[in-house]
Design a protein around this ligand. Structure first.
Ligand SMILES: Cc1cc2nc3c(=O)[nH]c(=O)nc-3n(C[C@H](O)[C@H](O)[C@H](O)COP(=O)(O)OP(=O)(O)OC[C@H]3O[C@@H](n4cnc5c(N)ncnc54)[C@H](O)[C@@H]3O)c2cc1C
Length: 380
């Protein structure tokens, strides 16, 4: 019997996990991506300053999922890394983010010697809102108006183009608030690691299988799947259906890289600085703070600044699905998913195929489970 064949649209994590899993099960797999490179939004490259830069923003691998770590570590060496972020206040001070006791002390101008004092200070400023209906109400009920307006209101407006009142509480519920002085960004995650030689090298290794053929610079076209047993598609689901039920919008980001002469300040131990002002920029990344990102000594550094925008203003680069407080786009996605369920040979996968923001570990996990379930249903 001829081998089963799969067409995979998208060479990001979703496509890569499906490709590898099917190839290992004996399937012949063709992967296409319309970009000129593999690795999707996790793509990184060494720039003219000798610095490894993630072209689509800093990608930090953090998870509690042991199976995902075990899977990814087959494809290259990972090294430990603890991520730290500072917020730049209007008066030029830098304070830890997520908000912790040091942050609150600096903003409220009062000492908070222990966690009880911190909790009492927050209880004093928190507004009595019993059943928060949106992101503004959720934050005001936890940390009060001053901290909300400083750390979240301008940032949210720039990031999402929406006021906090228009946003679903779930978007900000994911942001931790610490009552101690812990300043690591992901202290709850057992695994915080970065690929020693970059993500692109990991993808090369994932695709390095005799049953996998990868073609970049190739866009999906209707009917391509006809000569394959099945197609796993990580393109935007509304784009596939020509937006026939309406648009599923995304926020995007324009990245502005600049060269800085000289070495890093010796006391700098955080990679990302968030801006709290009302200007168009949200944050800057100092790449050489990430492990093994200073690949060649040139005396120059690269700093990338981010400017969020609507995806239509950035060549339809889809990054973050939009979540409004009424959930209207998630409802629209369900209508598209119902249409997709009627397609026999096609499954939509990954971030844009399922219209949800997913971290890398979540995409890997979902894709591993999805591919294994698919194979099991077909009898191996
Ligand atoms: C700015 C930013 C920062 C992030 N930071 C982190 C982080 O710190 N930690 C973390 O865990 N996750 C992070 N993520 C999330 C991470 O990027 C995703 O989890 C991951 O990229 C999802 O993989 P995917 O395969 O679903 O999508 P993608 O990586 O987007 O890959 C999809 C691929 O499909 C291709 N494609 C789309 N349409 C077509 C078509 N019609 N024809 C051919 N090819 C097509 C695209 O070109 C793309 O390469 C971040 C995301 C963004 C945007």
């Amino acid at each position: 019997m001829a081998a089963e064949t799969a067409l995979i649209v998208g060479a990001g994590f979703a496509g890569a996990v499906y490709a590898r899993t099917l190839a290992e099960a004996g399937w012949t797999v063709r992967v296409i991506d319309r970009r000129t490179h593999i690795a999707g939004n996790a793509y990184d490259e060494v720039d003219g300053n000798g610095v490894r830069v993630h072209r689509y923003g800093p990608h930090l691998f953090h998870t509690n999922n042991d199976a995902v770590v075990e899977w990814i570590q087959q494809f290259g060496e990972f090294v430990p890394y603890q991520h730290r972020v500072r917020a730049l206040l209007p008066d030029g001070r830098l304070v830890p983010l997520p908000v912790n006791a040091d942050t609150v002390e600096a903003v409220l101008h009062r000492p908070l010697p222990d966690e009880a004092a911190m909790q009492a200070a927050l209880a004093e400023v928190a507004l009595p809102i019993a059943n928060p209906q949106n992101a503004a109400e959720h934050l005001n009920s936890k940390i009060g108006k001053e901290l909300t307006d400083l750390f979240f209101r301008p940032y949210t407006k720039k990031m999402w183009g929406l006021d906090l009142e228009e946003m679903d509480a779930s978007v900000v519920k994911r942001i931790p608030l610490r009552t101690d002085r812990e300043d690591r960004y992901f202290p709850g995650d057992r695994h915080q690691i970065m690929p020693r030689d970059g993500y692109t090298a990991i993808f090369r290794s994932i695709f390095d299988h005799p049953n996998i053929r990868v073609e970049t610079g190739v866009s999906y076209e209707k009917g391509m799947e006809d000569s394959y047993t099945h197609c796993f598609n990580s393109m935007a689901i509304d784009e596939y259906f020509d937006r026939s039920l309406g648009e599923l919008p995304y926020r995007s980001i324009r990245f502005h890289a600049r060269t800085v002469e000289g070495e890093l300040p010796a006391d700098m131990n955080w990679t990302v600085t968030n801006y709290t002002d009302t200007g168009p920029l949200t944050r800057e990344t100092h790449w050489d703070l990430l492990p093994h990102h200073r690949v060649e000594a040139t005396g120059r550094r690269t700093v990338t600044v981010e400017e969020p925008c609507d995806y239509r203003d950035n060549n339809e680069e889809r990054y973050y699905p939009v979540k409004t407080s009424d959930g209207r786009y998630q409802e629209k996605y369900k209508e598209y998913a119902a249409l997709a369920a009627g397609l026999e040979r096609m499954s939509f996968i990954g971030r844009c195929g399922t219209y949800q923001y997913l971290d890398m570990d979540q995409v890997i996990n979902q894709s591993l489970m999805g591919a294994r379930r698919f194979l099991a249903e077909r009898g191996g």
